[in-house]
Design a protein around this ligand. Sequence first.
Ligand code: N01
Length: 513
Amino acid sequence: MTSTLETPAASPDASPDAREVRVAIIGSGFAGLGMAIALRRRGETDFVVLERAGDVGGTWRDNTYPGAACDVQSNLYSFSFAPNPRWGRSYSEQPEIQAYLRATADRFDVRRHCVFGADVTSARWDDAARRWHVTTTAGEFRARVLISAAGALADPARPDIPGLDTFAGTVMHSARWEHAHDLSGKRVAVIGTGASAIQVVPAIQPIVDSITVYQRTPAWVVPRTDHPVKPWTRRLYTYVPGLQRGIRAFLYLFREFLVIGLAKNRRFLRPVAKLARTHLHRQVRDPKLRKALTPDYTIGCKRILISNDYFPAVAAPNAELVTAGIAEVRPHSVVTRDGVERPTDTIVLATGFSVTDLPIAKRIRGREGRSLADVWSDGMVSNRSAAVAGFPNLFLLVGPNVGVGHTSMVYMIESQVAYVDDALRTMDAEGLDVLETTPAAQEAWRSLVAEKSKGTVWLAGGCASWYLDRHGHNTTLWPDFTFRFRRLTRKLDRENYVGVPAGAPASRPEVAA
Ligand code: N01
């Protein structure tokens, strides 16, 4: 991105030491790296990636719990422009995905743009200077454009269980695993039965003294068709890259069929539910345990999980599934609502992430000092999941309504990166200082998402999930085929933005009626 624009005067409170950049990207997970690579690939070098940790990788860097792996096939769960013919398994484990992200960052030479240890504590739009002032734990930055790629699965959610803080043993969240803590011989409580829990439980059950799984809602689980990739297949992928691309396309289409059941007509989910019921029936003999593990909501309402070893681990002699609900935690035990107290040495919180109340939203302040969290107090809204009225020159990756449960999030990220990149190129081409979406566009996108969400399994499937906010609205998932999202975000919808040319007086989008 080249620019001939004059740099406006700094506002009085701007730090003279702040580093000036065209673009600041928050986060270096799949989204932040994808954006950084897109900029590099077209020759842009005036940008930073602000990363709070010491390495790239985002959620794949942080989630190192035993058993951490992807439940989307490796051939699909990777950047389209950076296929990896050397995947070791059909479904990759965390270390391999993290190694892939590190290698991809190096290959496209974006690591030099990363500022590690830079936790963004505040980002504030300065209307006079037409800049974002970004304060981080590694210094201050002034950026024309701010791109938040902080992710939805970034900040662990700690459950509000009475007495949890009084526990004398170790409490760790699945996303902040303490590897130095030896679990062998310990009495371990695992709270939660989501995607993380069903990977942790079978990985630690063989080594612990006892494992108690505290289940609030049972999950639908289908078989995992994981296997090592044979060396000759890897050679084929290397020498015939079209083959891997073909398999990727097949996997993409195959998974997209699920959307018919999830979002269009729930009847099409029946075969999937039958598969899951048969899987449970085969793996769990005890009728009481089987009943406790049987969901009472429509499959797909929560993420469909895949595992071959979760049910056997829960049915193991040293395991217990507890459904009574946790009343309180005491210094050496967990007490359930039925009054039973179970002595406990370690508590694993597999309780997910803050998704509908993204912590980064409290730190980003747009016009008039309002934070994204304030603006989103009645639910996250955006235009095309990427821009918010009142927040000029801010773009969001992995923000509202881009989540997918049935396929690779990387596909959605690449759609978003292309859209934001088009916005940046439009600013260049038109010599714009400011680009801001309109409230009307935001309202239109909200209505479109609400309309598409009607009757979907996420709203009508009879479960409570983190896909819905506290008002019961779907503000996290894209409720349609992912290729439709790509079509709608292929190019910047310029008509839905107000642009302010360099040197022109400010103008702001009309407030929607
Ligand atoms: O978190 P979750 P997760 N008392 O929110 C329970 C991705 N992911 O870390 O269902 C008792 O899904 C809660 O119960 P309930 C993927 O996108 C991907 O497992 O709300 N229980 C639930 O069982 C996934 O969707 C992979 O009734 C409490 C669990 O904790 C996302 O991460 C692997 C509780 C939380 O489940 C999050 O998954 C792993 C309380 N107070 C994760 N609070 C891949 O393979 C919460 N729970 C790609």
